[in-house]
Design a protein around this ligand. Structure first.
Ligand code: NAD
Length: 512
């Protein structure tokens, strides 16, 4: 079976590579030419443990290819996975532009029955929206010249509403709307024949994007939509994809369900539980999971804050809580607040989804706000330890939102650095993998060769990410190079008593 994955980011690249490793033929598509060129020349645009080897293995076996040609990939594939980004809008809602654009592009490329699988995290109702978009645009796509239909026939069959809309579009977006073609677009259809760029329009703007030059009217190929949210964690994405706790499949089509079961057959063999449901439930499952985990992290952070006030030890509390089978020990590690590309945006989006259905999700709104405050409290700790920020130099260990990734999206470390800079401090930092990404948004801080460089001459050292290599620092060397021996351990990697005995002014989160 041939599969196309649209969006070759953290989720798309891992999904495509792992499905290829299951023995399927996979084409990963991205509109970012640089990314695709890099992949085609043997590079990997992101860091994930074991990913590079698995890509090489499957490329060599001719099961995995990379392209920017979405149309060809869709036409050649039976199943199309969508794995594009769904970032936050300013109001916290999920921005669906990338999804909508891809749905349009798929519509123009359908040539026979396909299963369209949404892996992106999307609000309830998006499966229906994708279906609606594909239905709407399928009949307005292109017939290649070799289809041999005379342009006048096509022109006659174009509904006047389409012509009117394309005229309006031509006026408001004269150079960017309708794709170029050397073949014929009938002038009387009102479509600009010399427009340069295909498919740059957006659904909401009623663009009429075309490839190949002729409008196809009334040709509809059957398709089914499946919601198949992804639960992998960055930093262990390949392992998580191949050993998931569950697979969620939301669809109303038995035909599509059978195809999905075929795709995931290797996971059936290792007894992975499958949750088969409707698309609304599947969509909400993903938000419920991420928001619950964000809540759990926030809860232990608040317990940690309380521990500092009452003199209790959050580690012992977390351990005792985790021993309760109803609670489980995971996600009970206090720190500077959750970050990353998923929890923050998904928690905000779920608040927004609830609101749009007339329900105020009070507890989750409180989580979002407490998580923001957690970063501010960490800043207060730093300020308190060094005695104000102006003119101070703070060494930061870790920029990634967690260990084993180069991803800095909504990283608490990055947020804290921004607040430090705003407060007049200078920052020296080190991260094993994320410095290249950080340089793009924080060009004016000092990037160091290693942990000891970051500590050298700093007024305090802050451990912001729980990289394993930060757990075994040469503490005496650190103490020697710091201006003053202040260590703020936002991930509780060290034992307070040991550090104090070594002569550090040491503070963790939630324990003395
Ligand atoms: P990402 O930003 O890393 O990757 C998205 C990719 O899609 C980019 O490479 C982008 O260039 C490409 N793209 C966008 N529009 C395109 C188009 N029209 N044609 C072709 N390519 C296009 O995002 P990600 O982290 O992989 O996340 C993707 C989705 O999966 C999001 O909805 C996210 O919430 C969800 N998710 C992410 C994770 C995670 O850990 N990152 C885990 C589970 C679910």
């Amino acid at each position: 079976m041939r599969i196309a994955i649209i969006g070759t980011g953290y989720v798309g690249l891992v999904t495509g590579t792992c499905l290829a490793d299951f023995g399927l033929s996979v084409t990963c598509v991205d509109h970012d030419e640089k990314k695709i060129n890099l992949l085609n020349s043997g590079g990997v645009p992101i860091y994930e443990p074991n990913l590079e080897d698995l890509i090489q293995k499957n490329v060599s076996a001719d099961r995995l290819t990379f392209t920017t040609d979405l149309e060809k990939a869709v036409k050649e594939s039976k199943v199309i996975f969508i794995a594009v980004g769904t970032p936050s809008n300013d109001d916290g809602s999920a921005n669906l532009k990338q999804i909508e654009t891809v749905a349009q592009q798929i519509a123009f490329s359908l040539n026979e029955y396909k299963v369209i699988v949404n892996k992106s995290t999307v609000p309830v109702g998006t499966a229906h929206r994708i279906k609606e978009i594909i239905n709407k645009y399928q009949s307005k796509s292109v017939i290649p010249a070799k289809a041999g239909i005379h342009p006048s026939v096509i022109a006659r069959s174009i509904p006047s509403s389409v012509i009117a809309r394309s005229e309006a579009t031509k006026q408001s977006h004269p150079s960017s709307v309708i794709p170029t073609s050397s073949s014929v677009i009938p002038a009387k259809a009102g479509i600009h024949p010399s427009s340069p760029s295909p498919l740059r329009g957006e659904y909401t703007q009623n663009f009429l994007p075309l490839r190949g030059g002729r409008i196809k009217v009334g040709v509809k190929h059957p398709f089914d939509i499946v919601s198949n949210p992804e639960f992998l964690r960055e930093g262990s994405a390949v392992y998580d994809f191949t050993h998931p706790d569950k697979i969620v499949i939301g669809t109303d089509s038995d035909r599509a369900l059978k195809i999905m079961q075929e795709i995931y057959r290797p996971l059936y063999l290792i007894d992975t539980p499958f949750v088969i449901t409707n698309s609304e439930t599947a969509e909400l499952i993903k938000y419920a999971c991420n928001s619950f985990l964000a809540t759990k992290i926030t809860f232990i952070n608040e317990i940690a804050n309380l521990c500092e006030k009452v003199g209790a030890d959050v580690h012992q509390i977390a351990r005792a809580m985790g021993l309760d089978g109803r609670i489980s020990p995971k996600f009970l590690h206090p720190g500077p607040g959750y970050g990353g590309s998923c929890f923050p945006k998904d928690a905000r989006a779920l608040c927004h989804i609830a609101e749009s259905f007339g329900y105020e999700f009070k507890s989750l709104k409180a989580v979002v706000s407490a998580n923001k405050r957690q970063r501010e409290l960490m800043l207060e700790k730093i300020k308190g330890l060094v005695g104000g920020l102006k003119g101070k130099t703070i060494g930061i260990l870790g920029l990634a939102f967690k260990q084993n990734t180069d991803d800095i999206r909504e990283s608490s470390s990055i947020d804290i650095i921004k607040m430090l800079l705003k407060g007049g401090a200078k920052v020296k930092c080190f991260d094993p993998l994320a410095m290249d990404n950080a340089k793009k948004i924080l060009p004016d801080i000092t990037y160091c060769e290693n942990e000891y460089d970051a500590a050298l001459g700093s007024d305090a050292l802050v451990i912001a990410t729980e990289w394993n290599q930060f757990r075994n620092l040469d503490l005496l060397r650190i103490k020697k190079v710091l201006k003053s021996p202040i260590l703020l351990d936002l991930r509780n990697l060290y034992d307070p008593t040991t550090l104090k005995a070594l002569g550090f002014v040491y503070e963790g989160v939630g324990r003395k």
